[in-house]
Design a binder for this molecule. Structure first.
Ligand code: C5P
Length: 237
């Protein structure tokens, strides 16, 4: 039996970047390294939680002692969130993955061929579902019906000319997404993507705000779990 502040809790963390297939050999992807999600999964494990890592494409390996579910694209990730958060009734979902906002409208069955010498290629993209927003919507509906009430944490990569405007964007996103906690990354010239350290603002739905960093992602992960544990949890004991 594990010990720690998250003992007996089941937590689901998504990490890395989705890859949206164009054809059997190509995809549209992003530069997410998976480091933040992996740090979050390891920290939750060390606090005694049972951890499921929904692993998109990552530059780093998953930590030992967590269950890994490969989720290469947005479709797979959406299914896995439904399964792990709602069917298996997890206590916490942390969406640290960088999910594509757009994907190819069609996946070609065979490799797309070059046409004439000078001919380019126009790709049609469609929106992906907002998995985080969908999870919040379903959680709120189930909560209203007296069902389970998991904590949902979202991430945001924000740019701004100064700290204040990053925070303002983040406050707006917290309200719009309906999450319990929003972790807003300050995207700077040499921070966040692929790096081991970053600065984050932790915004709670209860109005709490805390800025952490620049600090290694392992330290940021501890601050995120501290914030989750500090959330008011009347229905979650
Ligand atoms: O709106 P934005 O993309 O900035 O929100 C980022 C948050 O939403 C992250 O937690 C990310 O994992 C999640 N997300 C999602 N599905 C998408 C796009 C983003 O769950 N299609």
């Amino acid at each position: 039996v594990s010990e720690g502040p998250l003992a007996g809790r089941r937590v689901v963390v998504s990490a890395g970047g989705t890859r949206e297939a164009l054809d059997p050999v190509r995809y549209l992807g992003n530069r997410s390294s998976g480091r933040m999600g992996v740090a979050l999964a390891a920290a939750a494990r060390d606090r005694g939680a049972e951890v499921v890592l929904l692993a998109c494409a990552m530059d780093v390996g998953p930590p030992a002692g967590v269950q890994v579910v490969p989720t290469p694209d947005a479709t797979a990730l959406e299914l896995a969130v439904a399964e792990e958060l709602f069917e298996r009734q997890a206590d916490v979902l942390v969406m640290a993955a960088a999910v594509a906002d757009f994907r190819p409208a069609r996946v070609e069955e065979s490799k797309i061929k070059k046409q004439g010498e000078d001919e380019g290629l126009v790709l049609e993209l469609e929106r992906t579902p907002d998995i985080l927003a969908g999870a919040v919507e379903r959680r709120d509906a189930e909560r209203a019906a007296g069902g389970p009430d998991p904590v949902i944490v979202g991430f945001a990569a924000e740019t701004g000319d100064d700290g204040a405007s990053v925070l303002e964007h983040a406050r707006a996103k917290l309200a719009r997404k309906g999450v319990d906690l929003l972790v807003a990354n300050e995207v700077g010239v040499d921070t966040t993507f692929g790096k081991d350290s970053a600065t984050v603002h932790l915004l709670g739905a209860d109005g709490s705000e805390r800025t952490v960093g620049p600090a290694p992602k392992t330290e940021l992960a501890e601050a995120v779990w501290d914030a989750v544990q500090a959330l008011p949890t009347p229905a979650r004991t």
